[in-house]
Ligand binder design. Structure first.
Ligand code: DAH
Length: 357
């Protein structure tokens, strides 16, 4: 029995095993039930006692040595296999997880968010009303009596009468302005009230500055001592914050709306040079919104006593102020659904209007 020879042979096989499966084969060849060393162990029984003792010791040493070598080689191969897997399954976590966001926020949504932020910080709450209005809320309650010529100023879309209602409530229109929400909001609130409302409005009109559907923002403040100074201060702060120009000049011109008295239109300063328009101090004015002190008849329709309560209201076109701030030349493009337009004028979904005030 030449254990040195056997050891050399098996050590060679162990060294040559380059994965765990072939190492296991070597183990079986050497130490398995029918393995070489196991086979030699079995021959011990037939030996003379002295020879058996010597050979037994030699074989045990060999068996221990070979087991040790297999274990060491196994550990090495396991580490090698793990290194290989780590290399193969490498993940570069510095790569962006998905393609750049493709969607854009529409300028109308962005502008509405900005309005909510600015007026919200001034303490105005947000009210809502229906797009399909009745004649009472859209006109009569706002001091447009039936047959009043001011109704003609709105190119109203009339809907068929609602058979389930009677009188003015049966006469349905697509709301021509968000002023109808003033009446709705006051039906379930008591002063002091400070609210804005935003939404779609409809008029039968179509050119570069008119679309049959557009958006308005309405504001209303009602309390016992609210006066024209509050109206001016509130709207002046608003335009300066919205256009981000601290010294933006404003002026109020007398105007007419049935639901306010006195009524005014507010202009902001601008300059017009070489066909361009720049908002800020300059030699020209730009009309931006309508406003006024709520008419006593409307206060009555709120269910309040006009000798006790007064307030101001304002209304503006959201597209108009978005066009002015973001340099969008044609109103009609807002609603064409052209993704190239949205790519250009839209806003990053992760941008949020600042709450800097
Ligand atoms: N509703 C008016 C319009 O659509 C805008 C407006 C003007 C609203 C004056 C108001 C206001 O609340 O006080 O032209």
């Amino acid at each position: 029995m030449n254990t040195a020879e056997i050891k050399k042979e098996i050590t060679g096989l162990i060294d040559a095993a380059n994965d765990l499966a072939s190492l296991e084969e070597v183990r079986i060849t050497a130490l398995g039930k029918k393995g070489k060393i196991t086979g030699l162990m079995k021959t011990l029984g037939g030996m003379e006692p002295d020879a058996r003792k010597a050979a037994g010791q030699e074989l045990n040493v060999l068996k221990t040595e070979i087991s040790g070598l297999i274990e060491t080689q196994g550990k090495m191969l396991k580490r090698q296999e793990l290194d290989q897997r780590l290399e193969n399954e490498k993940l570069d976590v510095t790569l962006s997880p998905r393609p750049e966001a493709q969607g854009k926020i529409h300028p109308i949504s962005q502008t509405m968010e900005e309005l909510i932020t600015i007026f919200g910080d001034m303490g105005f709450s947000l009210a809502e009303g229906p797009d399909i209005e009745d004649d009472y809320h859209n006109f009569t309650a706002l001091n447009f009596p039936p047959g009043h010529p001011a109704r003609e100023m709105h190119d109203t879309f009339y809907l068929p009468d609602d058979p389930e209602e009677t009188g003015e409530a049966a006469k349905k229109v697509l709301r021509t302005h968000t002023s109808s929400v003033q009446i709705r909001a006051m039906e379930h609130q008591k002063p002091p009230v400070k609210m804005i409302c935003m939404g779609r409005t409809y008029r039968s009109d179509y050119d570069i500055t008119h679309t049959p559907m557009f958006h308005q923002c309405e504001g209303l403040m009602i309390d016992k001592n609210t006066h024209m100074g509050h109206l001016k201060g509130c709207l002046m702060d608003f335009v300066r914050k919205y256009f981000e120009i601290d010294d933006l000049p404003v002026q109020f011109r007398p105007s007419f709306f049935p639901f306010t008295e006195p009524s005014a239109e507010m202009d902001i300063g601008c300059s017009r040079k070489d066909g361009g328009l720049k908002i800020g101090s300059g030699d020209s004015w730009l009309e931006i919104l309508g406003c006024g002190m709520v008419h006593p008849n409307v206060i009555k329709n709120f269910g309040l006593d006009p000798d006790e309560y007064q307030g101001f209201a304002f209304g503006m076109g959201i597209e108009r102020i978005a066009m002015l701030k973001y340099g969008i030349p044609d109103l009609r493009t807002f609603f064409e659904g052209d993704t190239r337009w949205l790519d250009h004028y839209g806003f990053d979904p992760l941008d949020r209007p600042n709450r800097a005030y």
